[in-house]
Design a protein around this ligand. Structure first.
Ligand SMILES: [Ca+2]
Ligand SMILES: [Ca+2]
Length: 238
């Protein structure tokens, strides 16, 4: 068997084995499940804690922005939601200043971010739920992927009666597939729109990347190629 044939055989085996392993999701996200109620691996700004096994972000400051409730009633961390007028909030999320001023000005909020490596064909997904006490202001929760904002839900979409927040959207799943490999900054956030008052919150969990599973034809072609190489090398050595 010639050296070139050996090299070709080795590369085909490597490609086949590589594809087989690609079917399993790689651990490209650190602590996407918030194991042990830990925020290890994540960057936070504002009021971010863990609740019910997931991350929990609110628009609650420690000031009296939930009147007639006591100040800080809906703040879970003891750190106020970040006052966006101070500057730097959008930059923390990989966004440009003003990007979060959608229907109106974004006053304050909280962020959870992580930069990850994406392979072509990977699908990002996570479980989320939005809670609110809002009756009027269009607060909203979002995910920003490399500076592109996807609104998960405006507060007005939260219609299911809930406790301790008045309303919830109910559990949902977000999913986005990437065409090309890249470094990606993920930012999850929730903001008070129109004013500082009346708290909204985002819960999320199970942030994960799932690798693309190769088409069956791809396996078939590689295995056929391997079979041919093995058969021809046996004939030559016989
Ligand atoms: Ca607030
Ligand atoms: Ca609000």
């Amino acid at each position: 068997m010639k050296v070139q044939q050996l090299a070709l055989k080795a590369s085909l085996i490597a490609a086949t084995v590589g594809l087989m392993f690609a079917g399993n999701a790689m651990a490209a996200i650190t602590n996407g499940g918030f194991a042990g109620n830990s925020l290890t691996g994540w960057n936070t700004l504002g009021d971010v804690t863990t609740q019910s096994g997931g991350a929990f972000l609110t628009t609650a400051s420690l000031f009296d922005d939930d009147f007639p409730e006591d100040a800080g009633t809906f703040n879970a961390s003891g750190t106020s939601a970040y006052d966006i007028a101070l500057g730097g909030f959008e930059a923390f999320a990989g966004l440009n200043p003003g990007d979060l001023d959608t229907l109106d000005f974004a006053f304050e909020g909280s962020l959870l971010t992580q930069t990850i490596s994406i392979n072509a064909g990977d699908t990002l997904s996570f479980n989320w739920n939005v809670f609110t006490n809002e009756g009027t202001a269009p607060d909203y929760a979002f995910v920003a992927v490399n500076g592109v904002i996807s609104v998960l839900a405006p507060a007005q979409n939260a219609l299911i009666p809930s406790i301790p927040f008045d309303f919830s959207t109910g559990a949902s799943v977000f999913s986005q597939t990437f065409a090309a490999a890249s470094s990606v900054t993920l930012a999850f956030g929730v903001v008070d729109l129109s004013d500082y008052g009346v708290t909204s919150a985002l819960w999320l969990d199970n942030v994960r990347l799932t690798a693309a599973v190769p088409e069956p034809e791809t396996y078939a072609m590689l295995l056929a190629g391997l079979g041919f190489i093995v058969a021809s090398s046996r004939r030559k050595s016989a």
